[in-house]
Ligand binder design. Structure first.
Ligand code: GDP
Length: 454
């Protein structure tokens, strides 16, 4: 179970509070059936059978943590949505677009046995304009006799093809070694300067008002920072002044450039959400108060929780809210958003601009919680008091005890408890609740890990 994740090392890094290493992001792009899933599995070192490329199946998860020779990175699998034959071009183009906007390195996978198709050539043109390192991966080269087919891909003009067999593992170690030579240790896309503007992702399903909010916030005085000076691309992020402070809104290109794809739109939206979260420190999730809270809204919020980023909820289109709808809304919030009751809520109207400045204190509060570090002595005094007042219930004649605890990390606050047995889920929730009662942590997830001493 996730809650029982055991940390390999428990470190007290005094710098961690001021320094967030945004992991570099590697994206995998390619046509259906070239072996993207197999390559993802191989790079992640997963033993289980390769995920089938099932046509039409949408996967929710698109990003994974990977590691190679002690270097950590995020791997984004853009191939989770496999279109029908007509949709292939659009789908691969959309993959490439997200990869170019939000990733540090792109792996472009081609089936060496099939060779380059016109779809491949079209994507190559996009990738060459992008100004990101691109690795041309020639897959399905299962033995050396097939290497000439891989070499033929020099023609694409993306440099040397890297022959691999994702299924058998051939060539993948060399590929990863080469990637590590150009991969930054900290995501250059996130440009995560200490003391720089804080990074905000504006998220929400289509038509909740993301671009309206962006336009209102940016106003006329929008400071555009071109990430890719010398290229013709739109800037991916924008710096915006709000409440007298400069913020960096990440992936505004994705908000402004409205890709209306008939199919797969949900998949590409969640791809963008995941990749934007990787760059952000805090997410503003917009909800449309005129519409019932939907599964899609909850899924976006869950992606934020999974990413460990701070969270602010913005209830938009407040100008359209009438009394009847308001009563329903309150009930929906209680039902569907109970698990994020700790997130600051602001009611805004992105169209009129009313109350959008209230986002600022909410963002500041969420980030402050996210940065919080409780000294070990204080945390143990808290634990001693808590366990004395409410000891863990006896289970099968045994009573698990909390021996000691420490905050292993911030961003988000991550605690490790050393215990004499597994704590009940209910007891863990109780500890989390008390932590919030005492320390607040409004707007930040809290992670509670355990190390059991048998
Ligand atoms: P996006 O898809 O999330 O970027 O949503 P848009 O910003 O394009 O907004 C979708 C529609 O909702 C547009 O017609 C907006 O004018 C409208 N809209 C956005 N915010 C508000 C708001 O606060 N009040 C009202 N009345 N309409 C809004």
């Amino acid at each position: 179970e996730d809650d029982y994740d055991v940390l390999d090392t428990v470190t007290e890094d005094p710098d961690a509070i001021r320094y967030l290493p945004a992991l570099p992001v590697i994206a995998i792009v390619g046509r259906p059936n070239v072996g993207k899933s197999a390559l993802v599995n191989r790079i992640l070192g997963r033993r289980e059978a390769v995920v089938e490329d099932t046509p039409g199946v949408t996967r929710d998860r698109v990003s994974y943590k990977g590691e190679w020779n002690d270097r950590r990175f995020t791997l984004v699998d853009t191939g989770g949505w496999e279109p029908d034959a007509r949709g292939i071009d659009a789908s691969v183009a959309a993959q490439a677009e997200v990869a170019i906007d939000l990733c540090d390195v792109v792996l472009f996978v081609v089936d060496a046995m099939v060779g380059a198709t016109s779809t491949d050539e079209q994507v190559v043109r996009m990738l060459r304009r992008a100004g990101r390192p691109v690795f041309l991966v020639a897959n399905k080269v299962d033995d050396s006799r097939q290497e000439p087919e891989a070499a033929a891909l020099w023609n694409l003009g993306l440099g040397e093809p890297h022959p691999v067999s994702a299924i058998h593992g051939r060539g993948v170690a060399d590929l990863l070694d080469d990637i590590m030579k150009v991969l930054p240790t900290v995501s250059a896309v996130a440009k995560d300067e200490v003391g720089g503007p804080r990074r905000v992702a504006i998220l929400g399903r289509p038509n909740v008002g993301k671009s309206s909010l962006l336009n209102k916030s940016a106003g006329e005085e929008r400071v555009v920072v071109n990430e890719l000076a010398g290229t013709t691309r739109d800037p991916v992020d924008e710096q915006v002044e709000l409440g007298g402070k400069v913020w960096r809104f990440v992936d505004t290109a994705g908000i402004r450039r409205r890709v209306h794809m008939a199919q797969g739109a949900d998949f590409y939206a969640s791809l963008r959400t995941s990749a934007a979260l990787e760059k952000a420190e805090v997410a503003v999730v917009l909800l449309d108060v005129t519409q019932p809270i939907s599964e899609q809204d909850v899924r976006i919020i869950d992606l934020v929780l999974e990413s460990g980023r701070a969270l602010v909820l913005a209830f938009n289109k407040w100008d359209l809210l009438d009394d009847e709808r308001r009563r329903y809304l309150e009930r929906e919030v209680e039902q569907d958003l109970a698990h994020v009751a700790w997130a600051p809520r602001v009611n805004i109207s992105a169209r009129t601009g009313r109350h959008i400045e209230k986002l600022v204190p909410a963002l500041e509060l969420a980030l402050e919680s996210w940065d919080t570090r409780i000294p070990t002595g204080k945390f143990n005094a808290f634990l001693a008091e808590l366990t004395a007042a409410h000891p863990h219930p006896v289970r099968g004649g045994k009573q698990p005890r909390v021996l000691f605890g420490t905050q292993a990390a911030s961003r988000p606050p991550t605690f490790v408890l050393f215990t004499t047995g597994f704590l009940d889920p209910g007891y863990r929730r109780y500890i989390q609740r008390r932590l919030r009662e005492i320390y607040g942590f409004e707007g930040s997830p809290i992670v509670l890990n355990m190390r059991v001493r048998e």
